[in-house]
Design a protein around this ligand. Structure first.
Ligand SMILES: Cc1cc2nc3c(=O)[nH]c(=O)nc-3n(C[C@H](O)[C@H](O)[C@H](O)COP(=O)(O)OP(=O)(O)OC[C@H]3O[C@@H](n4cnc5c(N)ncnc54)[C@H](O)[C@@H]3O)c2cc1C
Length: 386
């Protein structure tokens, strides 16, 4: 398996944009806790924010495979998760709109998103539900011409910046439904700050791109901001989740590849006991091993993307891609820190920043345990455990 000419071109062109943003730029965004607006705008101007979106609205209509190649490139050029998460919501978040939105909604929502004029965020996780998504409590009550929504979300990334929110709600209580996945309704609407309070969560890394606790208090959502039919939101959301797993997996691979490159450079240059430290197999072999893990995770991500793009079932592969990417990325970053010795702990070499950001893919958007539970149940036919 190898990349096509078009896929190589995507990689080359995105690399060129990324090279305009130095390590210092990313370190500064992190230090100032500042959204990487210049990078985001450069990607918008290059037409990359609509890579998976229909051409009618300014997109390129390419697959998740191409988006994965793009996001791997974005993550492996110094910007890590900060770069990736400033734009990746565009690639998977609005997918339910592409599939289930009306032509009017697509025009109204996708066009400004692709042009970089509007930003969005993804409000799914809740404090009292966690990974048990069907137990969310945010409730949308029918009112004249729409819905009144009350509830809480947590970890909503980019909600400080966003104009819009993709919001998962309940329109029927779980206890009143035959199946837990029923009674959930998806909206794409204005993030009206008079009705929604957004509070930044201090966190371990990726300070440039915030994640937030979100408090929704009597937010009115007009009927025309509902995606698809009432009560079917969970099914629609699945069109975001597998692409999201593939992209997060391959972004983690990119962060690991970046860290590995930096480690190899350091190991060639740093001389101790009269020779480059990279001449010691104790330094060399773990790095070579991480390269092998990163490569296998990379191709698993592209395999999952190819299945998704072919309209085939890809749940196990997308989960495996996220799992392998998260592990391989994190382990490569950790090894890169160890290779740098004490300097691994210094901000100057950037590997500690990469390591902190690589941790995210092990925790989100789904945990390692839940990935393994899914594979255990669906692939190995073992009893359901969650
Ligand atoms: C940096 C960051 C950004 C995020 N951005 C967003 C965002 O933009 N939008 C959004 O909606 N969410 C976002 N999230 C949330 C993320 O998707 C959740 O944190 C993740 O899904 C895990 O949910 P939780 O934290 O509630 O864990 P919990 O559900 O509380 O689980 C805690 C631990 O228990 C384990 N566990 C629970 N039940 C079982 C079981 N049955 N078997 C085995 N293990 C189990 C889990 O695997 C996990 O390790 C983000 C999270 C982070 C860290």
């Amino acid at each position: 398996m190898q990349l096509t000419e078009q896929q190589h071109a995507i990689k080359d062109n995105v690399t060129k944009i990324c090279q305009g943003f130095s390590d210092d730029y990313w370190a500064n965004c992190e230090r100032q806790e500042e959204f990487p607006e210049a990078f985001y705008q450069a990607m918008a101007e290059g037409g990359w924010l609509g890579i998976t979106m229909p051409e009618t609205y300014g997109g390129t209509n390419l697959g998740v495979t191409e988006a994965a190649i793009m996001m791997n490139t974005v993550a492996r050029n110094g910007g890590a998760q900060a770069a990736a998460s400033s734009i990746h919501i565009n690639l998977f978040g609005p997918h339910p709109i592409v599939v289930f939105g009306t032509p009017e909604q697509k025009e109204r929502w996708l066009t400004p998103l692709i042009a970089g004029k509007e930003k969005t965020c993804f409000g799914v996780t809740e404090p009292n539900a966690g990974l048990d998504t069907t137990s969310i409590e945010t409730f949308a009550e029918r009112t004249d011409g729409g819905y009144t929504v009350n509830g809480r979300k947590i970890w909503t990334s980019t909600a400080q910046e966003a104009h819009k929110i993709m919001l998962l709600t309940r329109t029927r209580k779980k206890d009143d439904c035959d199946k837990a996945t029923e009674g959930l309704t998806l909206f794409y609407t204005d993030l009206d700050r008079n009705k929604v309070e957004v509070k930044r969560i201090p966190k371990m890394g990726r300070a440039a791109v915030e994640s937030n606790a979100v408090f929704i208090d009597n937010l009115f959502i007009p009927e025309e901001d509902r995606v698809g039919e009432e009560g079917k939101g969970f099914t629609y959301l699945l069109h975001s989740l597998n692409p999201e797993r593939i992209l997060v997996g391959i972004e983690a691979v990119g962060i690991g590849q970046d860290a590995l490159q930096r480690a190899a450079t350091y190991a060639r240059e740093r001389v101790v006991f009269g020779r480059p430290i990279g001449q010691n197999q104790g330094i060399q072999h773990p790095l070579a091993e991480k390269w092998a893990y990163l490569e296998s995770a990379y191709w698993m991500c592209l395999r999952a993307g190819a299945l998704y793009d072919a309209g085939e079932s890809c749940g196990a592969e997308a989960n495996a891609a996220k799992f392998l990417g998260g592990r391989a990325g994190f382990e490569a970053c950790t090894q890169a820190m160890l290779t740098h010795g004490g300097m691994g702990y210094a901000k100057e070499y950037h590997v500690e920043r990469l390591m902190r950001e690589s941790m995210i893919a092990r925790l989100a958007p789904v945990s390692e345990q839940l990935v393994l539970s899914f594979i255990g149940e669906r692939v190995l036919d073992l009893p359901k455990s969650y």
